[in-house]
Structures are given as C-alpha cells and as structure tokens.
Design a protein around this ligand. Sequence first.
Ligand code: GLN
Ligand code: ZN
Length: 768
Amino acid sequence: MLTQNLGYPRIGSQRQLKKACEHYWAGKIDLTELNKVARTIKEQNWQTQLDAEIDLIPCNDFSFYDQVLDTSLLLGVIPQRYAPVLSQVKKNNEIDLYFAMARGYQKDGLDITAMEMTKWLDTNYHYIVPEFTANQEFKIFNENVFGEYNAARQLLGDKAKPVLIGPVSYLMLGKEKEQGFERIELIKKLVPVYIDIINRLQQQGATWIQLDEPCLALDLTRKEKETFDYAYRTIAKRVNGVKLLVATYFDALLDNTQLAVNLPVAALHIDLVRAANKLDEVLALIPDGLQLSLGLVDGRNVWKNDYQQSLGLLNKAVEKLGAARVIIAPSCSLLHSPIDLELEIDIDPEIRNWMAFAKQKLTEVSDIRKIATGSTELLEANKKAFESRQLSQKVHKQAVKDRITGIKEEDCRRKSAFPVRQLLHHERFNFPAFPTTTIGSFPQTNDIRELRAKFKKGDLSLEQYDQVIEQATVDAIRWQEEIGLDVLVHGEFERNDMVEYFGEQLDGFLFTKNGWVQSYGSRCVKPPVIFGDVSRPQNMTVRWSKFAAAQTDKPMKGMLTGPVTILQWSFVRNDQPRETTANQIAFAIRDEVLALEEAGIGIIQIDEAAIREGLPLRKAKHPHYLDWAVKAFRLTASGVQDQTQIHTHMCYSEFNNIIEHIAAMDADVITIETSRSQMELLQAFAHFDYPNEIGPGVYDIHSPRVPGTEEMAALLAKAAELLPARNLWVNPDCGLKTRKWPETKAALENMVAAARYAREQINVSSLI
Ligand code: GLN
Ligand code: ZN
C-alpha cells in the first residue's frame, strides 16, 4: 500500500513567502533572494513529507502566487495586453511578467490591469482566471516545472511526483475573452502540449505524474464529459513509461463516476471526506488494473482523523482491489489547512489533542497504513482522543442544544410583513428619499492598528485603548453629521476583523497564533476554529453602539456579522452538520440584535458577505443549503419589533441564481455591490420584482479613485429606472476600512451631493 500527498502549503510556517514576495515587489530584495526563500520552503516541505513516510511527494505544488497562474505561464497563455512586459522578459526570468499578470503593472509609463481572480471551487483560496481567445495557441513557455522536478528528484528520488492542473479543468476554470468560440474546444490544441510536458518529465525520470481535475466533481455537460474522455485517451496513446494519477476532490463523482474510473490512467484519487458514502459506488464500477487513491484525511479542516472510520473505508477498498492497488492520501491538497499544530502552544491541551494541521495530517496518512498493517497502539490513542471530544463539557452545552431543537417557525418570521414595517420605519426615522448611509467601517489608520497591537501585547490599559477608539468614533460621527449622511455608523474602529471580533467574544471559538492559510497571492488569513457549542456569554457590541448613538441625534446603525458568514470564514466542527452550527451562531447573534434594540438602536445591519460563497458545488445541493442559510439569517433577524429596521450587506453582485432566496431573507434593506457593473447586476432584482428596500453601491471602494457627483447621480438614475425609486438607498459598495481618509471624505461628500441631486430630479412615489 502506498501513501501519497497531493500538495503542501507553500507560504512557509512563518509566512516567509508572503514577506519575501512583498519585499521583492517593494524592491527591497532581488530575485536571487526571493528564489532563495522559495528554495528553502520547498526543500523543507519535501523533507517534512519524507520524514512522514509519504511515498509519493508532490513537487511543482509550490507557487509564488497561484498554481493556476503558474499553469498559464507554463502553457504560454499570456493575454495580449501584457505584450509590452513580455517584450522585456529575459530568458528564464519570467517572474516580473508573472507578477504583472497577477497584480497589474504600473511602471515605465505602462498601466496594465491585473488578471481576474476568483474562488477556487468552494474554497476560500483565490486563483487567477486564465483568459482565452478564439485563436489561442499553447506552447511550453515557462520551464519551472522541469526545474522543480529536478530539484525534487535530487532529494526525493523516485518519490518526487510532479503535479499539474489537468487540461480539462484548466480550460473549464478559465474564461473566453472574446465571442465566437467555446474554450472547451481548445482541448485539441492543448493536449499536444500536455503530452510534451508529460514526456519531458518522464525523460527526466518521473514515474508518477498527478493531474488535478477537480472539475470531475462538478455538474458536467455532455460535451465536457466527452472532452475528458477525448483528452485522456489522446494523452494515453502518446505517453509511455509514466503513471498518470487523476486527482478529484471537494465532492463526489456521482454521475461522472463511470467516466472517471474509465479514464485510461494508472490511478484515480477520490475525496472520501466529502463523499465517504460513495466509495461503494466507485468500487463497484472500477475496472481491473486502476489504482485507487483514497482521500481519507481531511485537507480542508483542522481536526484529527477518525482512524476507526478511515480503517473501515480502507478495508473495504483493500478487500475489493487488494492492497497493492490502494493508495492512502489526504482528501485534497493540504494547501487549505494551516501548517503546524506544534507551533500552537497556547491552545488548551485537551482541545489541541483533537486537532491536526498539515504536518500532522501527513503523519496521519502514514499512521493509517501502520494501523491497517497491525499497529493497535495508534488506534487506541486515536480512539481516546475522539472519546474525549465526544464527552467534553468544553464542546457540549445542553442549553445550547436544547435551544436549537426548539426552533419554531415563528422564531424565523418578523411579526408583520414588510409593507407594514416599511411604513413604521418611515414614520419613525422620517427618511428623505434616497437616504444615504455607509456599510460600517471607516478607514483603519496605522495609528489604530498599532494601538490595537499595543493593547493586545499588554502595553496599554483598556482605558487608554478605549479612549483613543472613542475619540476616533466621535470624530467619525461629527464628520458624518457635517457632510449630511442620513444613517450614521460608529466606524468599527474597535474591530480587527468582522468575524474574529465576534469569535473572540463567543464561547465555542478558539484562535491560533500561526494558523495561516493562503487566501490569494501574498494574502493569508487565520480563520477562527469553532470547536464547541456556540453561545454568547455577554453583550458584544452594545457598548460601542450605545456610545456612538449618544453622540448624535441622527439614527445610528448597529453593526453585526451574520451567522453564515461567521461559519463560512471559520474552521468548523465536523462532528455536527454545518447547519446546526449556523443555528447556534444565529441564536447568539439574535440575542445581540435584541440587546442592541433594547439599548435603543433602531437600525441594525447584519452582514452576510459570505452567503453566496457557501453554495455547494453541485446544483442538486443548492436548495438545501439556501434553505438553512436563509433560515439562520432569519432566526438572527426576526426577534425584533416591527419598528426596528434590519439591514443586511453582501459584497458581491451575482444574484441571478439566488435572488429568490435573497428576497426570502426579508431584510428591510439590503446593500450590495453594483457600481463596477454600472448597475447591470441590478437586473436580477428588477426582474424578480424585489420587494424590499435596496442600496446598490454607487461607488467602488476597492480603489482609491474618487468618483464624481454626476457619475454617481447617473448610476442612481439608472437604478431608479430598474427599481421603485422610493425603495432605493445611496451607499458605497462595501466598508471603507481599507481606504484612506482623504479619498473617503471626498467620495462620500460627492455621494451625498448625488443623493440630493437625485431627490430633485427623480420623482419618488409616496409610500402610502
Ligand atoms: N460592515 C463591514 C464593514 O464595513 C462589512 C464588510 C464586508 O462586507 N466585507 O467593514
Ligand atoms: Zn462588503
């Protein structure tokens, strides 16, 4: 029985790669230095995997920015707009071109936009989307994959296994940049290049090559299925002496099982964390000779593997295939898990004993093999850890569980329907037409960040800290009054992050010191870990909202993060369904909503930035997800009186498939991102006849650019053509935390002017 790994985190256990890249971009280090950091990380990773007794160890899984962008460079898929940068590229030094594609290029009188970035399937990792044209050509452009294999081979010998993104998924994950062709049809031109790459690697000595085809776990059209078949049949005919392994992950193969098991390759990898119950189906269809890699160890979470359960799956496979045809592996690349639990010396040892990060997951992979061949000690220790987790009072709170089982339909419904509430809100707040507001945060200056760091270190007392935050809040309020915003916010100066801030105050969460995971490029995130039943020991935001409300006569909006977003941006429990955890968080936030209301806050925003990204990969699973996600939001929002106005915010703009569910959330006001698409994305709302109030963002906060009054007024006019003007709010796209004050002030002044202009120009029918 072999063990293998599909990919290892490349950021370095102390985020060395992030720091090195950022220094390189800032011109503080040169390419030699940057390469040195990269080489050290790679060699350490390989050594770690060697030490853990992994038989097939990935190489070419390293990336300076993103593995899909690496593939584009490898295949020469370089958009035309980079031609001026390309012409400066020296042989074997494509890194500046590469970074230009990732981050844009503003130098030497050039101003070239970056390539688009999007989420890697259902993860929080973002990849750079390949851009294809009708006459797209492919050729081996960048040689890194061969160099990296050579380096790996020196250390690992035959164990070195190059990883490539498979040709079909590569095409599917890209997009057409012009009309008149389908990117999938480029396969005919692409396959010969893959054949060359594979043959070169084989000549260098590679015995195994991994081709990642995550799209095999998606809903596929007939044409896409045929493309898989065509691609691998063609490759199989032209390569020799090397075993190809097709890796799928993140979901079950379902109706693609037949297709996948019959691809003419040496081995297929399946994700048995996401689809443990589909092993039988795969085993039933697997043809003679195909090896099966079992993704037993969860690459997407931080929990210890349940050896008992893994053993059950493994035994089943061995029984059917024989040990020689079975490979033990993590479910997917370990890119998505934090690196090393050993660095987390502050975590409660009882809880730590239930956890495993990437490095520990490698050991689990080889432990499973040891257990399968007779080691009982490891199994016993693992059982004990699971028992302790199952029984621990740190995890299980009966009162929280009882509350969840007792959820009633009316807990998830506002007292009156929206039209009744809307009248009450207008009576209470006396809003003008086109009321203006912001999404919550104001610029977090370096001063504020340094202040928080000092406070955390203990160099500052709570009083000292609060005093500065209070002053920042008061200043922001005075300033919002001056420019004439209608609904004010306190500015969120006291918050580090919209999830962490709540997680730190809720029971059932823990935080790591070094649990970084790559989000995109040099950006890493450190998600909280939800380990136990979630409850709210005390008020979380009332202190700051009350303080802020007392500074002004204008309405002050309370600001909370919603249950689905907290869930989505954390590592969650795997011992209960996601929806149960969502409901627990929902109750905690609901109590906070009620506490804010009690404190006199009449408008409360519950941000659900991540509802859309929680959508499962397979369409058949969407209804169930949307159902519980919407319900969790409604549970959070529905305890209040009719007079209280509930807002929600979503920082994306794709609502087409989910608009009815967004409407079902029944927030009184929703603010969304639309400015970059010139309000085009409001079509979904217009088409659906969205009933409640809506604030389509009139300016893009992701850039320092200050939009003019006319520009924003024109967007408002456009929105008013699509939706009833009386339902429209005026606000930016998202929170202003990442902006600087000068541009924020200028932009918001213009925005208020645009709203005033709209009030004069656009006829707003009355509510009654
Ligand atoms: N209220 C949050 C803020 O303004 C919302 C952030 C977000 O949607 N990502 O920062
Ligand atoms: Zn947002």
